[in-house]
Design a protein around this ligand. Structure first.
Ligand code: LLP
Length: 416
């Protein structure tokens, strides 16, 4: 089954819904997600892990819309959170706190408290200091906090340096060499209970080998810990599986995880994964309208109504997203710079895209379901886009378009 947008009778549709109708009803810019694609991505993982004691903890940061969290909760997912805000979202969306892992290098004490009170599955601890903070907070509440240490296996994930996280030089996690001593320390603290071990080496990983190499290193450490009398119940291997943006060979979860699962063969520990992008990335697109065409001798610009504040990935990582006309027109394509109206030269969605365009045309920026809306901002006082989920023939507004009054509702002027 194909779950991406499809050109049918001259126009692009997502599931049974023409994107033109979504733009007419909800306006642009607008994020559009496919329920079928979200479900298929989750099922892809579930099948890859069939017959194994495993928990898929969706990385909320990739897309935190309540409807998406609710959908994954209904499918049985757990969640990987990195803030108190994400915890509140998961709970509001009907997620089970007992299936939540809490990652992040700088958890505040109030966030630790909220997570302890909610009864989360595990804290992924990233420093010696955090062990002490968490022990103190748990003592205050007269609770025992379940912990994993996030260990850096020092594996090169071969991805963009901004999203590569498991190297020695990263701010994340604790050094592999320090892990045994820190686990001993965790085991000695009265309000901590060692539950698991964790790693996350990076994002948009296309080669399955680094993940398997990380898993092997982690397993070696689990055995060392066992010999030291420290039992590990679960192994959390983080997220990171890449998706197809352009011409990447996108592996299924089963293909991507095969070498990792082979490394784990015969192990009794429960397996946790924290996929973000691979669950939502290809299930969403950003719908935008061409406002202005600006032909030039050097370059021709198509100024659209979505901008870097809506989708930051091109500006931030020089990331490539496919851009397709919603109703392709006849005529010779010419190379366009697809840019937004924001006052920055870095405000582009695509360079040199060969398209036949007229003002008013709708474009779909594909593979925008992950780290799209989640990283959007109000730069240039631009209200954030609407979000819509299609489900068969139906469309549901899952986030209203912001209005400008909401943007300054929290502000106040000095007294006279
Ligand atoms: N677990 C941890 C601890 C993470 O830091 C991340 C992502 C994930 C899981 C989920 O990784 P995924 O399966 O999505 O690769 N904004 C960037 C991506 C940043 C990823 C940050 N951490 C982008 O747009 O490419």
């Amino acid at each position: 089954m194909t779950t991406g947008p499809q050109l049918i009778q001259g126009e692009l549709r997502l599931e049974g819904v023409p994107l033109r109708e979504i733009a007419a009803r909800f306006g642009t810019p607008c994020y559009v997600y496919s329920r079928a694609a979200l479900t298929a991505a989750y099922e892809d993982y579930r099948q890859a892990l069939a017959g194994r004691d495993a928990l898929i903890c969706y990385a909320v940061k990739a897309n935190a819309n309540l409807a998406i969290l609710n959908l994954f909760a209904r499918l049985g997912a757990g969640f990987d959170i990195v803030s108190g805000g994400e915890l509140q979202r998961v709970i509001a969306a009907g997620g089970d706190p007992a299936k939540v892992v809490f990652s992040g290098v700088g958890k505040r004490r109030d966030e630790m408290r909220a997570a302890l009170e909610a009864g989360i599955h595990c804290f992924n601890v990233e420093s010696a200091s955090e062990l002490d903070h968490l022990n103190a907070v748990a003592a205050d509440l007269d609770k025992v906090a379940p912990v994993s240490l996030r260990v850096n296996p020092n594996v090169d994930p071969k991805t963009h340096p901004y999203i590569s996280t498991g190297l020695k030089t990263a701010k994340f996690g604790v050094a592999f060499e320090d892990a045994l001593a820190l686990y001993r320390r965790a085991a000695s603290l009265p309000h901590l209970r060692v539950r698991g071990i964790d790693c996350h080496i990076g994002s948009q990983l296309l080669d399955p080998a680094p993940a398997a190499e990380a898993a092997e290193k982690i397993l070696g450490l689990v055995d060392t810990l066992a010999a030291a009398g420290i039992a590990i119940e679960h192994i959390d291997l983080g997220g990171g599986k890449g998706i197809r943006y352009q011409d990447e060979a996108a592996l299924s979860a089963a293909e991507y995880l095969a070498p990792t699962l082979q490394a784990l063969a015969g192990r009794k520990e429960k397996l946790l994964l924290e996929p973000g992008r691979s669950l939502v990335g290809n299930a969403g697109l950003l719908l935008t309208r061409v406002e202005i065409l600006k032909p030039g001798s050097e370059k021709s610009f198509a100024v659209v109504d979505a901008a870097m504040n809506d989708l930051m990935r091109p500006a931030l990582y020089d990331a490539w997203h496919d851009i397709r006309p919603v109703m392709p027109r006849d005529g010779a394509p010419r190379p366009y710079e697809i840019v937004g109206p924001v006052c920055e030269s870095g405000d582009f969605l695509g360079h040199e895209r060969a398209l036949a365009l007229a003002e008013g045309d709708l474009l779909a920026v594909l593979s925008a379901g992950a780290y799209g809306m989640a990283m959007s901002s109000n730069y240039n006082s631009r209200p954030r886009a609407a979000e819509v989920m299609v489900d068969g023939e139906r469309m549901h507004l899952i986030r209203q378009r912001e209005d400008v009054a909401q943007l300054f509702a929290q502000e106040s002027m000095l007294p006279r």
